[in-house]
Design a protein around this ligand. Structure first.
Ligand SMILES: Nc1ncnc2c1ncn2[C@@H]1O[C@H](COP(=O)(O)OP(=O)(O)OP(=O)(O)O)[C@@H](O)[C@H]1O
Length: 247
């Protein structure tokens, strides 16, 4: 993203002059208070809306299935089974269930839900629904996953577990992730770069690196290094919350 502005109406500056370079395999968190433009940035990257000015460029042409999005709500179809829900991206490409059955089962296996392929969403816990949503996002083996506070509605234990799982999944499928969160802990645990944003107008104010190598697990979560990184990210977030630019 180069010098990207997004203005709604006459004067709601959702994003101002955002620069972001994302490399293949990066795990980037967008961290910031409510209203700082995190979701707007994600929607622009997804192509669901367009910049008011500035540009978003891709190193290579994108093809169908290269990019997928996971939202805070799992947004499953209640009338369809787990397997049919995971089939959706293929269905939108006009493919037949039988032709992609193996891919669907593989995606469900990756999130540990292969035994639930014939279950309906109402039979699943919140964490399991989110896993189905993740399986649906990765069934096309995307090169880029955009995740908008996917675990915000879950309890902390489920959230920690899914944080571990998402890193393990990424090791397996090797995609790039841009992850929106309000949580300092989540951003430090997951990402190698944390982009800290401030509101009114929405903008990037800091970028932090987390140099800890992957795979990361409980040892990292309880380390002094993790605590120090969380402190640094907290400080940056505090600065973001106090930073109002009147211009
Ligand atoms: N379609 C829209 N029309 C008008 N204003 C919008 C629209 N979408 C977003 N905004 C405004 O743009 C700003 C940034 O919104 P955005 O949803 O990107 O923030 P956010 O950081 O994702 O917030 P949250 O963490 O609460 O989801 C807010 O002031 C919001 O009200």
């Amino acid at each position: 993203m180069q010098h990207v502005d997004k203005v709604f109406g006459r004067d709601v500056v959702a994003l101002r002059d955002m620069d972001l370079e994302v490399g293949q395999g990066d795990f980037i968190s967008l961290l910031g208070p409510s209203g700082c433009g995190k979701s707007t940035a994600l929607r622009l990257i997804a192509g669901l809306s367009h910049p008011s000015s500035g540009s978003i460029r891709w190193a290579r042409d994108r093809v169908d299935g290269d990019l997928s999005v996971v939202l805070q709500e799992p947004t499953l179809m209640p009338w369809a089974t787990v397997a049919q829900n995971v089939f959706l991206p293929f269905r939108l490409q006009g493919r037949r269930f039988r032709a992609v059955r193996d891919e669907i089962l593989e995606a469900l296996k990756l999130v540990g839900l292969e035994k639930f392929q014939n279950a309906y969403p109402r039979e699943l816990s919140g964490g399991m629904k989110m896993r189905v949503s993740i399986a649906r996002a990765l069934v096309t083996r995307p090169r880029l996953m955009l995740m908008d506070e996917p675990f915000a509605a879950l309890d902390e234990i489920t959230r920690f577990k899914l944080n571990n799982d998402i890193l393990a999944l990424r090791e397996k499928i090797g995609c790039t992730v841009i992850f929106v969160t309000h949580s300092v802990f989540e951003s430090v645990f997951l990402s190698d770069r944390i982009v800290v944003m401030a509101a009114r107008p929405g903008r990037v104010i800091r970028e932090l690196r987390v140099d800890e190598p992957y795979p990361r697990g409980e040892a990292f979560r309880t380390s002094a290094e993790y605590a120090a990184q969380c402190r640094a990210a907290s400080e940056a977030l505090k600065q973001a919350m106090g930073a109002h630019d009147e211009h």
